[in-house]
Ligand binder design. Sequence first.
Ligand SMILES: NC(=O)c1ccc[n+]([C@@H]2O[C@H](COP(=O)([O-])OP(=O)(O)OC[C@H]3O[C@@H](n4cnc5c(N)ncnc54)[C@H](OP(=O)(O)O)[C@@H]3O)[C@@H](O)[C@H]2O)c1
Length: 164
Amino acid sequence: MKIFSCVFAKGIRGQFGDNNKLPWKIKEDMIKFNQITTMGTSKNTVIMGLKTFESMGKRPLKNRFNIVLTSQILDIKNDNLIYCSSLDQALDQSIGYPYVIGGVKLLNESFNHSGLQIIYETKVLLPDLQSDVNFTTLIPSNFTLIDTQELVPNVCYLYQHNKN
Ligand SMILES: NC(=O)c1ccc[n+]([C@@H]2O[C@H](COP(=O)([O-])OP(=O)(O)OC[C@H]3O[C@@H](n4cnc5c(N)ncnc54)[C@H](OP(=O)(O)O)[C@@H]3O)[C@@H](O)[C@H]2O)c1
């Protein structure tokens, strides 16, 4: 079984997306996200839902192999991009280390998946963030907080599965 991580950010009340984009624009958040998902010497994989891919202008993330989950047949083609219909299929097709990056359904499924090893959760501490997509699921109880990093206005938490 392939192991993988989840990487996501949310506001104080679980704000996750707004009008098909992030509810904030924070450069440090993007830098941190890029650092995590490109870690190591080989190219890693990012796995995302279709709306998340659309929110990125339907452009695959550079220097990462992109897998988009969808039940549809799409005609956007790119050497760095494939489509899959399930998380397990995506994990099988992934290269390097796989990171699930959202959206909500995929994160919820990942939280219950036995291959989930690490959760990188960023809390965006800005007040009054608008959102039309919220992610309020708590970190599963079989994960332990092992690192906290303050990158004002964000706090980044790293949780590891207890079996590691
Ligand atoms: N805060 C963050 O860290 C973060 C991260 C990513 C995205 N976002 C934001 O969140 C919003 C989009 O997220 P979302 O939750 O609404 O949508 P999403 O999960 O990105 O996309 C939903 C679609 O993806 C496909 N899909 C998702 N999970 C699947 C699964 N397990 N198996 C098969 N197909 C699956 C389905 O497509 P079909 O209908 O085609 O089958 C589903 O309709 C945007 O506003 C985006 O900016 C925020």
